[in-house]
Write a protein that binds this ligand. Structure first.
Ligand SMILES: NC(=O)C1=CN([C@@H]2O[C@H](COP(=O)(O)OP(=O)(O)OC[C@H]3O[C@@H](n4cnc5c(N)ncnc54)[C@H](OP(=O)(O)O)[C@@H]3O)[C@@H](O)[C@H]2O)C=CC1
Ligand SMILES: O=C(CO)[C@H](O)[C@H](O)COP(=O)(O)O
Length: 484
C-alpha cells in the first residue's frame, strides 16, 4: 500500500523502527486494541507491515517522522526500536525536535544504561520524559508477550505502564512488566538479564560438551536428556531451545546441525557491558564473565589456530556409571546456574545503591518468569527468596538455594575434576565452584596479597587483632610495623 497523510491525534502510541522487534511490538500493541502509529526510516518497511499485518488492528502509518508525531494523541508516547548507539541518538534527536513538553520518548532497544542516563537528563531539560525500557523475548516474545523492564520517572510509568503491561507476558494474571526504577534502571536490569543469558547458555553448552565427550553421546541423545531435565528444576526456555537445536539435522549433509555450525559464538555487547559494569561496581560476576570470555575465546581464530596442535596430556574417558555421570552433570549445571543468577542479582543490588534506584529484586525475578529469554521455572523460586527477604546478601543465603547447592556439591566437584583431568574446558562450571568456595571461605589468600601490596607499594593493611591501618617497614633490617 502507499502511505497517505495520517489524521492528527489518531493514535494512542507510536513505534518508530519497523525491524524485527519494532514491527512485532507494534502488532502486539494493535492486537491489544491500542491504535498504533508506525514509522520506519525506510518507508517500504512500513508499507510492508501494512500489507502483511494491516488487518490485525488499528495501525496509523506515516512516511515522515513529522506525520508520525502529529498522528500521536498528546501527551504523546513514541517508542524507538532501532539499533543501540548512534542510530538511537539520531532518532531521539529528531523526535525531540518535534515533540512538546510532557511527551514521552521510550527507547526499547538494548541501550547502554549510561547512555540512557545521559539521554534522560538532556531530555528532562527540554521538558520531555525519557524512558529507557528493556524488552526481552526476541521476535516471538515481542509479538506474543515479552518481559518488559521500563525505567524513567514514576510519572511516565503512570501513562505508559498500563499499555506496556497489556502487551507483556503474564504469569498467574500478573504482568511481566513493572516500573524498575528511575532513569537508566530499566536498561541496567535488561543488561544484567542479557549477561545472565550468556551464563545460562554457556552452562548448557558445558553440560552438552561433557556429555558428548564423556559418554560419546550423539546430539540427538543429549537432546533427549535435556528434554528430561527440562521437566525438573532446570525447566527453562533456553533448555528447550537447546533441545531443539541439538535434535536438528542438517538437510544438506544429514549430519546434526550443531556439527555443521561454525563454533565461534557471536555477541552484540550486552554481556561485555555487564562484565565491564560489574568491574566498575566491584561485584564479582564470574559466571557471566567466564561466559563472555568463552565466546571471545571461541572467536579467537588466530590463537585457536596457533594452539590447535598443543598436547592436552589428559586422561581417556572411561565412565563406568552412565546414569551417575549424567546426574553429576545435571547437578553441576544447576549449581552453576544458581551462582550466575546470584551474582547477577548482586550486580543489580550494587547498582541500585550506587545510582539511588529503588529496585525490588523480587519484582525483577517476577517479571523474568515469562516472556524473556531467561524465563524459567527456577525464577519462581528466586521470586519467593527475595519476597521472603528483600535484603538477601546473596541468593545462596536463601535456604532453598543453599540446600540445592549443598546437594549439588559432590556432583559438581566430581564434574569439575573430571573436566580438568580429561582436558574439557568448563569455565563457568569451574569458576562458579571457585566462587562458592571463595565466598564461604574462612580465610582467603587475600591476606598475602595485602602483604605483597604493602611490600612493594606501601599500600598498608589492616590487622585481625586490632583497629587501624598498618605498614611494615620492609626496606629496613628490623622490619618494624608503623600505624599509618
Ligand atoms: N532481535 C532481538 O532479539 C532483540 C533486539 N533488541 C534490540 O532492539 C533494537 C532493534 O533490534 P532489531 O529489531 O532486531 O533490529 P533490526 O536490524 O531488525 O532493525 C533495525 C531498525 O533500526 C532502524 N535504523 C537503523 N539505523 C537507523 C538510523 N540511523 N535512523 C533511523 N532508523 C535506523 C532500521 O531502519 P531501516 O529499515 O531504515 O534500516 C530498522 O527499522 C536493538 O537495539 C536491539 O538490540 C532487544 C531485544 C531482543
Ligand atoms: O536482547 C536479547 C534478548 O533479550 C538478544 O537476544 C540479545 O541481544 C542477544 O545478544 P547477543 O547477540 O550478544 O548474544
Amino acid at each position: 500500500m502507499t502511505i497517505s497523510k495520517p489524521a492528527p491525534s489518531s493514535a494512542d502510541i507510536g513505534v518508530t523502527g519497523m525491524g524485527v522487534m519494532g514491527r512485532n511490538l507494534a502488532r502486539n500493541l494493535a492486537r491489544h486494541e491500542h491504535r498504533v502509529a508506525i514509522h520506519n526510516r525506510t518507508a517500504s518497511k512500513t508499507e510492508d507491515v501494512m500489507d502483511q499485518f494491516g488487518d490485525e488492528g488499528t495501525f496509523v502509518p506515516s512516511e515522515s517522522l513529522e506525520d508520525f508525531v502529529s498522528s500521536l494523541t498528546p501527551p504523546r508516547v513514541a517508542i524507538v526500536m532501532v539499533q543501540a548507539g548512534a542510530a538511537t541518538d539520531a532518532v531521539i534527536d529528531d523526535l525531540a525536535d518535534l515533540l512538546d513538553e510532557g511527551d514521552i520518548i521510550v527507547d526499547a532497544g538494548n541501550a547502554l544504561f549510561t547512555d540512557t542516563r545521559r539521554r534522560e537528563a538532556a531530555l528532562k531539560e527540554r521538558g520531555l520524559h525519557f524512558v529507557g525500557c528493556g524488552v526481552s523475548g526476541g521476535e516471538e516474545g515481542a509479538l506474543w508477550g515479552p518481559s518488559i523492564m521500563p525505567g524513567g520517572s514514576a510519572d511516565s510509568y503512570k501513562r505508559l505502564g498500563p499499555m506496556l503491561e497489556s502487551i507483556s507476558a503474564h504469569v498467574d494474571g500478573e504482568p511481566c512488566c513493572t516500573h524498575v526504577g528511575e532513569d537508566g534502571a530499566g536498561h541496567f536490569v535488561k543488561m544484567v538479564h542479557n549477561g545472565i543469558e550468556y551464563a545460562d547458555m554457556q552452562v548448557i553448552g558445558e553440560a552438552y560438551d561433557l556429555l558428548r565427550r564423556g559418554l560419546g553421546l550423539t546430539p540427538a541423545e543429549i537432546s533427549e536428556i535435556f528434554a528430561e531435565w527440562n521437566k525438573g528444576d532446570l525447566d527453562s526456555y533456553l533448555m528447550e531451545v537447546s533441545t531443539e537445536v541439538l535434535r536438528q539435522v542438517d538437510a544438506e549433509t544429514g549430519k546434526p546441525l550443531v556439527d555443521i555450525i561454525v563454533d565461534q559464538a557471536g555477541q552484540k555487547g550486552t554481556g561485555m557491558w555487564t562484565v565491564q559494569t560489574a568491574l566498575d561496581l566491584a561485584v564479582p560476576v564470574t559466571g557471566i564473565g567466564e561466559a563472555t570470555f568463552a565466546r571471545g575465546l571461541s572467536s579467537a581464530v588466530v590463537q585457536r589456530d596457533a594452539a590447535a596442535d598443543f598436547e592436552g596430556i589428559a586422561d581417556e574417558w572411561n565412565i563406568a556409571d552412565r546414569d551417575a555421570f549424567i546426574e553429576d552433570v545435571r547437578q553441576a549445571l544447576y549449581a552453576s546456574k544458581i551462582i550466575a543468577y546470584s551474582q547477577g542479582f548482586n550486580e543489580i543490588q550494587a547498582a541500585a545503591t550506587e545510582y539511588g534506584w529503588d529496585i525490588s529484586l523480587a519484582d525483577m525475578a517476577r517479571i523474568w518468569r515469562d516472556g524473556c529469554i531467561i524465563r524459567a521455572r527456577f525464577l519462581g523460586d528466586v521470586t519467593k527468596a527475595y519476597d521472603k527477604n528483600p535484603e538477601l546478601p546473596l541468593l545462596l543465603a536463601d535456604e532453598y538455594f543453599y540446600n540445592a547447592v549443598k546437594t549439588a556439591l559432590p556432583h559438581w566437584r566430581r564434574v569439575v575434576s573430571l573436566a580438568a583431568l580429561h582436558g574439557v574446558p568448563a569455565p563457568v562450571f569451574s569458576s562458579s565452584l571457585s566462587y562458592y568456595d571463595g565466598v564461604r571461605a574462612d580465610r582467603l589468600p587475600a591476606a598475602l596479597i595485602q602483604g605483597q601490596r604493602d611490600y612493594f607499594g606501601a599500600h598498608t593493611y589492616k590487622r585481625v587483632d586490632k583497629e587501624g591501618t598498618f605498614h611494615t617497614l620492609w626496606a629496613t633490617e628490623e622490619r618494624g610495623e608503623v600505624e599509618s
